[in-house]
Ligand binder design. Structure first.
Ligand code: ATP
Ligand code: MG
Length: 390
């Protein structure tokens, strides 16, 4: 019986000196989490890569799951054999036998077992000659169509041909936690994913103005978190019941300031919730110039209300690039459901595009904005969302 394996390769870890061990441990832990419901599949940590042992019928399922493993630069499906040249050749011939005869190939060998009797170039030459003899495929060492990789490991040998890209980034859990301000729109889930990809687990915050925004809008956010949890594991979602405070804010200042007043209150509340959850920064889906509320002047006014760094990973992207990413991470179809995260009732006809801090602070002065933010944070509705195994 052929033993199937998957080789998982980790990137960037090589840059991290002392942290390397923690990074690698997180990578292995996360890989094991992705196959937690498949007892026949095991993950074996090697020196800075991993070998996954699996029954061949789970090949497709495992590949698709490991596409959600941050830190993974690439993976390959491999086939294990005894550590003998004839066994390896038999396996290589079997794997290449469906290859078009016009294709060219070369063999590349890595010898992890330094006690193996032949050197790598000799092994490649020998196996290459045997494959050529058996299949009449041509060798091309400079520009081959197929590379047969042979690895002589400590306990066994394996071969693989294809290298499939992984999502890259850093293993989730190696960076600090971040609070994601998640609306039901297209942008914020992509922003959250981009930061998760840098190793940060996320905690999500959604401002809900029931009944002006419907329970369908809230469900949409739950579904988005559920999709993001496929990459992280369980995510805590804080739903802030914003209606009363939003009404109060709508009625102060000159009406056109309303969006800035809401956003500043959202940021203050998000900072409290982030601190409660040991998160070190806030992430938003803001994008320069996309809508009136996202001019640099307005971003400045909003940021002024924050006590934590605000990260905006999408700031320089075009909308179509964000949509492509949203489709890739499978949040797009959820985001385009027609349930708005903000009711027209709360949106001024002509929102200010060049907000200024002094008039906004004047408008806020009659309110105790910090007490209001604290009461919003104190009355939050907490939902834990676990990933389905798909
Ligand atoms: P999105 O597609 O993420 O909704 P957007 O382009 O519609 O973004 P805005 O509506 O101006 O932009 O919102 C900017 C950012 O503010 C959002 O990306 C999100 O991070 C945050 N935000 C807006 N509304 C909410 C909300 N109801 N709850 C939580 N965060 C919100
Ligand atoms: Mg929006």
């Amino acid at each position: 019986m052929i033993k199937t394996i998957i080789v998982l390769r980790i990137g960037e870890i090589f840059l991290k000196g002392k942290n390397r061990r923690n990074f690698f441990a997180a990578f292995i832990r996360n890989a094991k989490f992705l196959i937690r419901d498949l007892p026949e599949v095991t993950v074996e940590a090697q020196h800075l890569y991993a070998l996954v042992h699996l029954p061949s019928e789970l090949e497709k399922k495992c590949i698709s799951r490991f596409q959600r493993l941050f830190g993974l630069t690439s993976l390959s499906i491999g086939y294990m054999t005894q550590k003998s040249i004839s066994d390896i050749t038999t396996m290589a011939v079997k794997q290449l036998s469906s290859c078009d005869k016009k294709k060219t190939f070369k063999v590349e060998t890595r010898r992890r077992d330094k006690t193996f009797s032949m050197q790598s170039p000799q092994i490649s030459q020998q196996i290459g000659a045997d494959i050529h003899h058996a299949l009449k495929l041509k060798v091309d060492v400079n520009n081959p169509d197929v590379i047969v990789h042979v690895v002589i490991d400590i306990n066994s040998a394996y071969i693989y041909t294809d290298v499939i890209h992984g999502p890259g980034g850093l293993p989730i859990g190696v960076s600090d936690k971040i609070s994601l301000m998640l609306s039901g729109g297209i942008d914020s889930p992509v922003a959250g994913w981009s930061i998760m990809r840098r190793g940060c687990p996320i905690h999500a915050i959604y401002f809900h103005s029931f009944p002006y925004t419907s329970d369908n809008a809230k469900q949409k956010v739950v579904d988005l978190v559920s999709q993001l949890s496929q990459w992280q594991g369980s995510i805590a979602l804080d739903v802030v019941h914003f209606t009363d405070v939003q009404k109060t804010l709508r009625n102060i200042g000159t009406g056109d300031m309303a969006i800035l007043l809401y956003r500043r209150m959202m940021i203050r509340t998000a900072c409290i919730l982030a601190n409660n959850n040991q998160a070190k920064a806030i992430v938003t889906g803001e994008n320069l110039g996309q809508v009136a509320s996202q001019t640099l002047s307005n971003i400045h006014v909003i940021e002024h209300a924050s006590s934590l760094p605000i990260l905006r990973p999408l700031i320089g992207y075009d909308k179509h690039e964000i949509i492509t990413k949203a489709k890739h991470i499978k949040t797009y179809e959820i985001s385009i459901q027609p349930y708005d995260d903000c009711c027209a009732l709360f949106v001024p006809k002509n929102p200010v595009t060049r907000g200024k801090i002094i008039p906004i602070e004047k408008a806020e002065a009659p309110l105790n904005v910090h007490t209001l933010a604290q009461s919003l944070a104190d009355n939050v509705e907490r939902i834990y969302i676990n990933p389905d195994t798909i």
